[in-house]
Design a protein. Structure first.
Length: 361
């Protein structure tokens, strides 16, 4: 039974140079898109109590309050439902943030990326560092006490020193959550087609990841997933639902969902989606082996690691016996035993792709 909902809002005023997400600058289509969302939700949502609702993009903060409210009201929400909206700093007026709070949104994910104004301009962001700080201040004034900021590392001209300055500002802002992303040049992005100069190499990017861990953990931001750090109790419930390999709805253009053992995706153009909002573009019934592989892959992303009892219950296998060769190969430097299973060490995280390949063959 799905208890989480992801809603994709695919509109942006301009595309960032590193971005490969499905997003478009045609904001004049927002109203028609919202009505298409209504149709998809009405057709496919089965009425479960929803525990997490996440508006991602694109730029969800381009939607008017009335549209967000009508979308939220389509769902039966649990009393403690976590409702997250991704927000660009330049959209964060105090009036808008107060209205978001009024309609039930209780968590913000602010697309900050860095506090270095030169790098912000280089990567194509529409805001500067002062606007990020102002957005956080306005969010707190509006009553938000669950705020996440994004940090990208491995950006052009970025150094360990400039990253350290970013981390200092992040922690000084007294927020609850930080999502970190190592830059990858995706084929569908502007930089994928036009690679930038002055990129930190892989070794420096790895050093940056270690610097993030070494700086944030003593400040109370514990890594609970490879890329995510939170003050205790403020982990993203929505993202944990993904990493726990549970089912969820995905609504909107290019959205992915996982319902009744079927992973599906929606059409990837606005035109195709709006013409067929109630239909998925494709779906795949997972085999038991595929489910097991995802359980392992997603579980090892978490700091808590994989739970042997859960795997035994779901798949009726002895994990330690089935994967004894891989465990022997990577323990203790890259994988360590926990009270109920196994997890990656910090060095293991740096080599996670290679390590996980041993479990997925």
């Amino acid at each position: 039974m799905a208890k989480s909902v992801y809603i994709h809002i695919p509109f942006c005023k301009q595309k960032c140079k590193y971005c490969s997400f499905i997003s478009f600058p045609c904001t004049e289509k927002i109203l028609g898109y919202v009505f298409s969302l209504f149709k998809e939700i009405d057709t496919n949502y089965a009425g479960e109590d929803i525990e997490t609702l996440y508006f991602g993009g694109g730029t969800p903060s381009l939607l008017e309050i009335q549209h967000l409210k009508k979308i939220i009201n389509k769902f039966k929400l649990a009393s403690n439902c976590e409702i997250t909206l991704e927000l660009n700093p330049d959209d964060a007026s105090l009036e808008y943030l107060k209205s978001l709070k009024d309609i039930g949104i209780n968590r913000l994910s602010i697309g900050s990326q860095t506090f270095n104004d030169g790098i912000l301009k280089l990567i194509g962001r529409r805001h500067d560092s002062k606007q990020i700080i102002k957005a956080v201040e306005f969010a707190k004034t509006a009553g938000f006490d669950n705020i996440s900021l994004d940090l990208i590392y491995g950006l052009p001209t970025q150094t360990i020193e400039t990253l350290h300055k970013d981390l200092e500002i992040f922690t000084q802002l007294d927020i609850q959550h930080i999502s970190t992303y190592g830059l990858k040049l995706e084929e569908d992005s502007y930089w994928g087609k036009n690679p930038p100069k002055n990129l930190p190499d892989d070794d420096i990017q790895a050093d940056m990841y270690l610097e993030i861990n070494n700086y944030l953990n003593p400040k109370g931001y514990k890594r609970y997933e490879i890329s995510n750090f939170a003050i205790d109790g403020y982990e993203s419930k929505h993202n944990l639902n993904y990493w726990n390999n549970n089912e969820y709805y995905g609504f909107g253009v290019s959205a992915h969902g996982y319902i009744d053992g079927i992973r599906y995706s929606n059409y990837s153009t606005i035109e195709d989606y709006m013409n067929n909002p109630a239909q998925h573009s494709n779906g795949h019934i997972q085999t038991l082996e595929e489910m097991l592989e995802e359980e392992i892959f997603l579980g090892f992303r978490k700091e808590a690691g994989i739970n042997l009892d859960v795997i035994k219950e779901k798949f009726d296998i002895d994990f330690e016996r089935k994967y004894r060769n891989a465990l022997k190969k990577f323990i203790p430097d890259y994988i360590e035993k926990t009270s109920n299973g196994y997890k990656l060490t910090l060095n293991g995280v740096l080599l996670s792709n290679n390590i996980l390949a041993e479990f997925l063959e």
